[in-house]
Design a binder for this molecule. Structure first.
Ligand code: AMP
Ligand code: TRP
Length: 337
């Protein structure tokens, strides 16, 4: 049977966190035997907020190396850099012309990020790229006829927008896009901030104790887990609403050890938070040690560029075919009736 396609990417804005790993990367790896995977480094999304070129270059290389260090296999998955496939930006323009300003201004991520620009810099100058971000993301997805998009929960609204644009254009011009569906991990679609477990874990957090980055120093990681906020009940139970800190630690353990949450609760009966944190530390440290050792081995090898060659070629083939279809159906291709 032909495998269904999946597409996803991670933005090159900085460190890749344990939230990115559990919500997205781990799934890319787990699913690569069963789906035809297209996984890219979202460097065009990485410039929606100002970033200096050295940092951007470093982030791109770090992200590719981490993809492979986490277990993506270049013989199974198509790995590529978004800006290497010009069709992403080209299709994004056509989609832009089929999207309304209101739709984009309603996106919660746009509202959050533009408010942050205002409060951090005291400026009203909001980069237009922040507004356009979801249109480019819709192009990323629709170019590949992807059936599924494995992402964390925070991307739900963006995928819904991609579906609305696809439906609108299919109705207007004739069938051109496949309807994509989001795909969330069963456990861990939203890993929470270790210091404020009412928020999602984010690399943009100002307090570095709030998140664990995959390349963090191991001793620091142990300290971060030790100081993770819990509650005063000393009862290990999954209850996201009333015990978000404890539930978050259980989720991390459950995802990384592939253990059901109920099983963990059983194992923790009569134990204290020290026991919970010790176990979470063990699974996180063992994962990070494995990833970091592979990362250090491949970061300076010539393999990285070789490994993205075939993925880039396959992506180019799929994307140019789809863009041709869009140009034909919209009338942009004047040579064809
Ligand atoms: P980003 O870092 O925003 O580019 O996110 C890359 C991927 O990681 C997306 O699929 C996000 O939904 C996912 N992700 C980011 N933060 C988290 C989190 N705290 N928990 C689960 N998934 C996340
Ligand atoms: N917006 C996603 C994020 O930051 C990254 C991304 C860009 C993406 N294009 C995509 C994810 C296409 C899935 C599909 O999390």
């Amino acid at each position: 049977m032909e495998k269904k396609r999946m597409i996803s990417g991670i933005t090159t804005t900085g460190k890749i966190t344990l939230g990115n790993y559990i919500g997205a990367l781990k799934n890319f790896v787990d699913l690569q035997d069963d789906f035809e995977m297209y996984i890219f480094v979202a460097n065009l999304h990485g410039i929606t907020l100002p970033i200096d070129k050295e940092t951007l270059r470093k982030n791109i290389k770090e992200t590719v190396a981490l993809y492979f260090a986490c277990g993506l296999d270049p013989t199974k998955s198509n790995i590529f850099i978004q800006s290497d496939i010009a069709e992403h930006a080209e299709l994004a323009w056509v989609l832009t012309c089929n999207t309304t300003l209101g739709e984009l201004q309603r996106m919660t991520q746009f509202k959050d990020k533009s408010n942050k620009v205002k409060s951090d810099n005291g400026t009203e100058f909001i980069p237009t790229g922040l507004l356009m971000y979801p249109v480019l993301m819709a192009a990323d997805i629709l170019l590949y006829d992807a059936s599924f998009v494995p992402v964390g929960k925070d991307q739900k609204q963006h995928i819904e927008l991609a579906r609305s644009i696809a439906e609108r254009m299919n109705n207007k011009y004739g069938e051109m896009f496949k309807m994509p569906e989001e795909y969330h991990p069963k456990v861990g679609a939203k890993i929470l901030d270790l210091q404020d477990p009412t928020k999602k874990m984010s690399k943009s957090s100002l307090n570095s104790k709030s998140y664990i980055a995959l390349l963090d120093n191991i001793e620091e990681v142990k300290k971060k887990i030790k100081s993770a906020v819990t509650d005063s009940e000393n009862l290990i139970k999954y209850d996201l609403e009333n015990k978000p800190g404890v539930s978050n630690l259980i989720t991390i353990w459950s995802s990384l050890a592939n253990l059901a949450i109920e099983k963990i609760e059983k194992m923790c009966e009569g134990k204290d938070y020290g026991f919970l944190k010790e176990n979470v530390t063990n699974v996180v440290v063992s994962l990070l040690e494995k990833i970091q050792s592979k990362y250090n081995e491949i970061y300076n090898s010539d393999d990285l560029e070789k490994w993205i060659e075939s993925g880039t070629l396959n992506a180019k083939k799929a994307a140019s075919k789809k863009l041709r279809k869009v140009y034909n159906l919209t009338g942009l291709n004047y040579k064809r009736k």
